[in-house]
Design a binder for this molecule. Structure first.
Ligand SMILES: C[S@@+](CC[C@H](N)C(=O)[O-])C[C@H]1O[C@@H](n2cnc3c(N)ncnc32)[C@H](O)[C@@H]1O
Length: 203
């Protein structure tokens, strides 16, 4: 059983100064303690692993991919696979990210996450879903993950953005698995579902 501890104070006080040189000034604001983004949470969770594999669905700016790839010094590095359906969007957004030095432990992949075979999900210890937010796409992916042998932590972004993504909120609420919501990282809510093998402790 892998224990993951999430503590608000730890997330807010984490010293990320070693990452500073890799993040462009404008983007750095998103990593500040009061930023109301999910990036510090992702750094905090993924640094509790070593030599593990993480899946980032929805690359866009690469903020999530970057956050999941910042292994702690002294620990064996993790690997991130980051998938997006839209190459043009990624290339455009890369203006922001190419100013980051992307760590070598991120593999970018262009494809439709809805078409990922369930077996693929079994390879990962953390999966982050941040795609269309229409509820239907997230349902397809979640159902496929449930068909797999995934034994890790599933993170879903924006699950409480009722004005912008009401269908995603509705879908999130319909999920019957044991689940947790954080309201202090991303302003629009972050959902967490520990699959088998994960002991999630929120303090
Ligand atoms: C909100 S953005 C992701 C933000 C990103 N996690 C970050 O932190 O910068 C959503 C991304 O999901 C991608 N997307 C939408 N549907 C997708 C699908 N079916 N498969 C893969 N990517 C998809 C979009 O092209 C878009 O770049």
């Amino acid at each position: 059983m892998k224990r993951i501890v999430i503590n608000k104070a730890d997330i807010q006080t984490m010293n990320l100064s070693s990452l500073m040189c890799n993040i462009h000034g404008d983007y750095w604001d998103r990593f500040q303690p009061k930023a109301r983004e999910h990036y510090r949470l992702l750094v905090n969770i993924t640094r509790q692993f070593e030599a593990s594999n993480f899946l980032d669905l929805g690359t866009s700016h690469g903020g999530s991919a970057f956050s999941m790839a910042t292994s702690l010094e002294g620990k064996r590095p993790n690997t991130v696979v980051s998938i997006d359906i839209d190459d043009a969007r990624f290339r455009q957004n890369k203006r922001n990210i190419s100013l980051f030095t992307f760590p070598k432990n991120i593999i970018f992949d262009l494809r439709d996450a809805k078409k990922i075979h369930p077996e693929f999900y079994s390879n990962f210890q953390v999966i982050m879903i941040d795609i269309t937010h229409n509820g239907e796409d997230e349902r397809t992916i979640y159902d496929n993950i449930c068909k797999s042998d995934f034994s890790g932590l599933l993170i879903m972004d924006d699950i409480d953005y009722k004005h912008k993504f009401p269908k995603l909120k509705e879908y999130w609420q319909s999920i019957e698995a044991t689940k947790f919501e954080l309201d202090y990282c991303h302003i629009s809510g972050t959902g967490l579902i520990p699959f088998k093998g994960i002991d999630l402790v929120i303090t």
